[in-house]
Design a binder for this molecule. Structure first.
Ligand code: GDP
Ligand code: MG
Length: 374
């Protein structure tokens, strides 16, 4: 059984609602535009009207709009350098979270914590007037999951390897995830403050994983760091900025924003709080958003670190945002649209699609004879 709303049906078939309502009345059914009609009824109506039901058409309408937003070419003149988005990956307890804390500590005045339970943290850090955006995920599952959903937010992976432990199973997994994502890898040989650690051991292990340190003639930058003493943090930032220079990450701040939801939750009276990263364009308070099967108008945005209110957020900026009707999923892409009705419809059709195994792909041609046999 594949239920479908009257609205979807009319949009898919192009038949005016009034005509369908008349037909339903003829069959003794009082309906309205929000009524759900099942597959059989849809086929009966189509048969009566000698239509080919292409229920895929509805999805295509949505896809076309979103695809056109995703694929809109930016004018060369509109492109500006954007901050690289850097994700920490590595074995548990090797110091990913500590490194990010230390980086924030040395560069930005630490404000109060963001208003969201931060399973995934994302902050922009400045170094000599240049910005780097860091994403700290609880594990590389989150990284893989987002990538699997087509939401690759990472430009550069920092592989955090504790110098005392060396490469561990999760380090190996992280290496394969970063390689599969095709992003450059910078190694932070962390806990280098510990007495008696032998960096050569970890570097030899790296070589066995096709990550040859540049000081050994390879192309993997290895920075000796300590989140505890602050050793190597400047060098890590400089290395990331050098990699960013090589890749020339650019974006167009003058287009409508699009990007990814990292995390979201319902917070009582405050409503839905979502942590998003803008990948291209500029997101503004008041913008109409569709994100997965949620939609809404941006009510407020705050800096993820200082919690300061933001009126707008350009490319590579993480924000906490309110205004969405329901929490989108981690890894859901967001788009700014110009029409709230359109946003609502797209969100609803996605919700509908996920509920019903999707009506898409169902193309049925039924004859009037079939109708009479029923
Ligand atoms: P994560 O699981 O990779 O995020 O690791 P954490 O940042 O939670 O760090 C795990 C433990 O290692 C904590 O107890 C940290 O204090 C400690 N740690 C992290 N970085 C360093 C470092 O550079 N030197 C030393 N000595 N300890 C560190
Ligand atoms: Mg951690």
């Amino acid at each position: 059984e594949l239920p479908c709303s009257m609205r979807d049906f009319c949009e898919a078939t192009g038949v005016p609602v009034a005509q369908v309502l008349r037909f339903m009345m003829g069959m003794g059914v009082m309906a309205n535009i929000n009524a759900t009609i099942d597959q059989q009824t849809a086929e009966l109506i189509a048969a009566d009207m000698d239509l080919t039901i292409d229920l895929k058409a509805h999805e295509t309408l949505e896809d076309e709009l979103i695809t056109s937003l995703e694929e809109a070419e930016d004018e060369e003149a509109d492109l500006v350098t954007r901050a690289p988005i850097v994700t920490f990956l590595g074995h548990v307890d090797h110091g990913k979270t500590s490194l990010l804390d230390a980086l924030i500590g040395i560069n930005v005045v630490k404000g109060e914590a963001g208003g969201i339970t931060q399973h995934i943290r994302a902050y922009t850090v400045e170094k000599d007037g240049r910005a780097v955006t860091f994403v700290d995920t609880p594990g590389h599952e989150a990284f893989t999951e987002m990538r699997a959903r087509g939401a690759n937010v990472t430009d550069i992976a920092v592989l955090v390897v504790a110098a005392d432990d060396g490469i561990m199973p999760q380090t190996e997994e992280a290496i394969s995830h970063a390689k599969a994502a095709g992003v450059p890898i910078v190694v932070a040989l962390n806990k280098s403050d510990l007495e008696g650690v032998d960096p050569m051991r970890a570097m030899t292990q790296m070589t066995e994983h096709q990550l040859t340190p540049s000081e050994w003639g390879g192309d993997t930058e290895v920075v000796r760091t300590s989140a505890t003493t602050g050793m190597g943090l400047d060098e890590l930032l400089e290395t990331l900025l050098t990699v960013a220079d090589l890749h020339e990450y650019r974006a167009n701040p003058s287009r409508k924003a699009l990007g990814v939801c990292l995390e979201a939750e319902q917070q009582g009276d405050r409503g839905v709080i979502a942590k998003l990263v803008v990948q291209n364009g500029t997101l503004r308070v008041g913008d109409i958003l569709v994100c997965g099967s949620s939609h809404g108008r941006v009510r407020a945005m705050t800096d993820t670190l200082t919690n300061a209110p933001l009126q707008e957020a350009g490319p590579s900026t993480p924000v906490n945002l309110t205004g969405l009707d329901i929490p989108p999923g981690a890894g859901d892409r967001f788009h700014v649209l110009s029409d709230i009705t359109q946003a609502r419809e797209i969100a609803a059709s996605r919700e509908h699609g996920s509920r019903t195994e999707s009506l898409s792909g169902v193309t049925t041609k039924v004859s009037f004879e079939t109708f009479q046999e029923l």
